[in-house]
Design a protein around this ligand. Structure first.
Ligand code: GTR
Length: 424
């Protein structure tokens, strides 16, 4: 008896504590909250036109996310250089041009390089581009044996034959299903991709990657309101865009920032912080991406900061289990893309990313697009699975898990043809 009592006394508090930390997947348990009005400034002034949006509200939203969520970039690079290190006009059976570009970033006597893998339609035109990071190296997105294998740190993955944090040819082509290259090229678009680990290795260690270039003498970590990894990845996308602007085979006014999951968060922040991106696609970006934090559905701010302490600025931890204190929710991030085309996509089995929270967030930006006479997602009700809504703001939810599928790409391509590519 005593033993049973002892067991209950010991396990009860543990069970209670875990129960409290179980993710919520029950819509009836979502806290009541009002999403702040995007067209009212933090000090209560109404925004009625595009100049009020561009000169007052959008900058204050940007500064909020910069200071409270992703962190400030502590300055500019000293210099930047590009070199096309490999190329072919006979890629993908002759339908594409391939280029591999080394981008070198210099600051405070230190440097860091990353590689862009670029495929372009072999049609003699300057092409619009999808630009997005990959998780395991440029060589994983295609079977093309000419793709250079990165020597940057990589997450071990037994299924992909990656061990000792080193990429080898064992992982060539393991992620082809996530990149519909042929469809992209046939649709008249180019694809530019970068291994995100070359810009900042995805681990809680600020001694490597981009951050270290910006340190002052003796500094080992970014300051509390400075950038985490997501902002570093976003910065890398902008430097890739710097290169694309120099490439006459690219229509640099039509570069779409694309990303999946954590890299979808980075794609959104890149689009918000760099107005040169023509459009943004968030694929299953979830918490800290498109999803509303105040719903506390699936992944929460506390959870993401505990598991990935290096992704956001330290200031974001003030909202751990305290989402209601956010002056603006993630719809304030999506709104910064306006009036540029924005696509948010979810997957049914990806409840961790809160599909409903992703949809609502995109829905709430509608009034901002209306200021520009553009169409958003007027209905509060989510579209049915497999019934995409394509306006300047677009959304779909598909069947299946957290991933990027052929279906997702088919949607992005047909939407981008209409809203991003140049009319003939
Ligand atoms: C999860 C994380 C998500 C999402 C995802 C991914 O573990 O909780 O926010 O970013 O990783 O990037 O695949």
């Amino acid at each position: 008896m005593k033993r049973i009592l002892f067991y209950i006394l010991i396990t009860y508090p543990i069970c209670m504590a875990t129960a409290q930390f179980e993710p919520n997947y029950d819509e009836t348990k979502v806290p009541k909250f009002e999403a702040s009005d995007l067209l009212t400034t933090f000090d209560g002034k109404k925004v009625n036109d595009t100049s009020g949006w561009e000169n007052t509200r959008r900058p204050e939203l940007y500064h909020f996310f910069e200071e409270q969520v992703y962190g400030k970039v502590p300055g500019k690079l000293d210099s930047l250089s590009f070199e096309v290190v490999e190329g072919s006009t006979e890629a993908l059976g002759g339908k594409a041009i391939r280029k591999q570009i080394e981008v070198d970033m210099f600051k405070n006597g230190k440097s860091l390089s990353f590689h862009i893998l670029l495929y372009l339609p072999n049609n003699g035109k300057a092409s619009p581009i999808f630009l997005g990071y990959n998780f395991y190296g440029n060589h994983t997105i295609t079977d093309d044996s000419n793709v250079i294998i990165s020597n940057a740190w990589a997450m071990d993955n037994e299924d992909f034959g990656i061990s000792d944090n080193t990429l080898t040819k064992a992982s060539r082509g393991v992620r082809t299903h996530r990149w519909a290259i042929e469809k992209i090229i046939d649709g008249g678009f180019g694809l530019a991709t970068i291994y995100y680990g070359e810009v900042d290795p995805d681990k809680n260690d600020f001694s490597d990657g981009l951050h270290r270039l910006f340190y002052e003498e003796g500094q080992t970590n970014p300051k509390a309101d400075e950038w985490g990894s997501i902002a570093a990845w976003a910065f890398g996308m902008s430097r890739a865009l710097d290169y694309l602007e120099t490439d006459s085979d690219v229509d640099a006014h039509r570069v779409i920032s694309f990303g999946h999951s954590r890299l979808g968060k980075a794609a959104l922040w890149a689009g918000a912080s760099d107005q040169r991106f023509a459009a943004v696609i968030s694929n299953n970006s979830g918490c800290g991406g498109a999803a509303l934090s105040k719903r506390k559905f699936g992944e929460t701010v506390g959870r993401i900061n505990a598991r990935f302490p290096h992704w956001f600025s330290d200031t974001f931890t003030a909202y751990n289990d305290n989402e209601e204190a956010l002056a603006i929710d993630q719809h304030g991030l999506l709104a910064q893309i306006a009036p540029r085309p924005l696509y948010v996509a979810s997957a049914e089995d990806d409840q961790w990313a809160d599909p409903r929270g992703e949809y609502l967030s995109a829905h709430y930006v509608t009034p901002v697009y209306q200021l520009y006479g553009k169409k958003g997602l007027a209905r509060t009700k989510m579209p049915q699975t497999g019934s995409p809504v394509h306006h300047t703001v677009a959304y779909h939810i598909r069947t299946g898990k957290h991933d990027v599928t052929e279906y997702d790409w088919e949607q992005y391509i047909s939407w981008a043809k209409k809203f991003v590519a140049k009319e003939e």
